[in-house]
Design a protein around this ligand. Structure first.
Ligand SMILES: Nc1ncnc2c1ncn2[C@@H]1O[C@H](COP(=O)(O)OP(=O)(O)OP(=O)(O)O)[C@@H](O)[C@H]1O
Ligand code: SF4
Ligand SMILES: [Mg+2]
Length: 329
């Protein structure tokens, strides 16, 4: 495993109380693998990513327990300067909003070049040449001319390509992309996603792709992890999960894929709202919304158990007392 997150817990202490944002996340990514992380707003997808990158907002955030193993080393035991070295060279993150992530008063060439000056000790001139090379690589037309331009002079799609170039600059082994195409229009989304997938394959990187878009997931992911109230509730190879979800929440998510013949209908098939993170229901956190809930669901937290059936070759897990029934239903 390139990255392994074990039993990670993160909470936020605010004036109103303690929000338990991440409650025992377990997931891993191998080199060359794409793990898609799905789940409703507030389920802890970004907070988990921030904990991995070491950019969590502390305070109010706090990692209360867990391990984050990157190439076998627990990141939570490292000093900040060691963390900083890993950020960029070992792992990098791509955010939804390039405009607020890029520096508005520096040319894109200077920002890309900075990576090579700081991490590789290159001269400004060599770093500039590297910046042009990277812009070519993410297919920004006329890179040599545009390298002196500022972020606002690029379109949304081109800015997102610059973000990808920044993330790829030092050829990290892991990329975390947090809804990298959400702010773009549909055709540009597909192009940016294709580019990201292509570079990931070329460099054999691990990719954690946080997204709401189940269409994107089906095209590029190998594995899906579904999050609910700060836990992974289901993890499976992408083709298996689409065929037969083993958790009622995943089932609801899949039934929410908008279909052209159902225009105007409710897009989300699961009734109700995610829980208040300051007051997560006992037992299975999904129980108030679950059509299959029984008494045990209101008292016992379901473990992320192994799902098995004939013909299944990869590992599959579900945190549901009734995964067998869900699978059959
Ligand atoms: N800086 C913060 N201060 C206080 N609470 C926070 C902070 N960041 C996150 N949280 C809490 O953690 C919860 C999970 O946030 P997170 O950003 O991980 O959700 P998400 O799954 O990425 O949702 P979305 O799909 O909307 O991006 C939030 O609902 C909030 O309660
Ligand atoms: S454990 Fe119970 S409440 Fe939770 S998803 Fe399974 S059936 Fe539904
Ligand atoms: Mg998020």
């Amino acid at each position: 495993m390139l990255l392994e997150v074990r039993d990670l817990h993160v909470e936020f202490r605010t004036r109103d109380g303690v929000a338990k944002a991440v409650n025992g996340v377990e997931y891993g990514v191998r080199a060359g693998e794409t793990l898609a992380v799905l789940g409703e707003s507030g389920s802890g997808k970004s907070v988990t990513a921030q904990a991995i990158m070491g950019i969590l907002d502390i305070p109010p955030g706090r990692i209360t327990s867990g391990e984050i193993l990157f190439q076998g080393q627990d990141l939570l035991k490292l000093k900040e300067d060691e963390r900083r070295r890993i950020r960029g060279a070992g792992m990098a993150m791509i955010f939804q909003d390039a405009l607020s992530s890029l520096n508005p008063v520096l040319s894109v060439g200077d920002q890309l070049g900075e990576m090579f000056v700081v991490h590789r000790g290159m001269s400004r001139k060599d770093a500039r040449a590297k910046a042009v090379e990277l812009m070519d690589r993410v297919r920004i037309p006329a890179a040599r001319e545009r390298v002196t331009q500022y972020p606002h002079q690029f379109s949304g799609g081109m800015r997102q390509r610059i973000m990808i170039a920044m993330a790829m600059a030092l050829e990290p082994s892991l990329i975390i992309a947090d809804e990298p195409t959400t702010a773009l229009d549909v055709t540009v989304q597909a192009q940016v996603m294709d580019l990201l997938a292509e570079l990931q394959r070329e460099l054999n990187m691990g990719l954690i792709l946080i997204t709401h878009d189940l269409g994107v997931v089906a095209d590029v992911a190998d594995t899906i992890a579904v999050m609910y109230a700060g836990r992974i509730v289901e993890k499976a190879p992408v083709h298996e999960i689409y065929k037969a979800p083993a958790h009622p929440y995943t089932k609801g998510l899949l039934e929410s894929i908008p279909r052209l013949d159902q225009k105007g209908q409710d897009l989300f098939a699961i009734k109700g709202l995610p829980p208040n993170l300051m007051n997560i229901p006992p037992g299975c956190a999904f129980n108030p919304r679950c059509p299959m809930a029984q008494d045990i669901c209101r008292t016992d937290v379901p473990p992320l158990a192994k799902v098995t059936y004939e013909g299944l070759t990869a590992e599959r897990r579900s945190a549901c007392h009734f995964w067998k029934e869900t699978l059959r239903g």
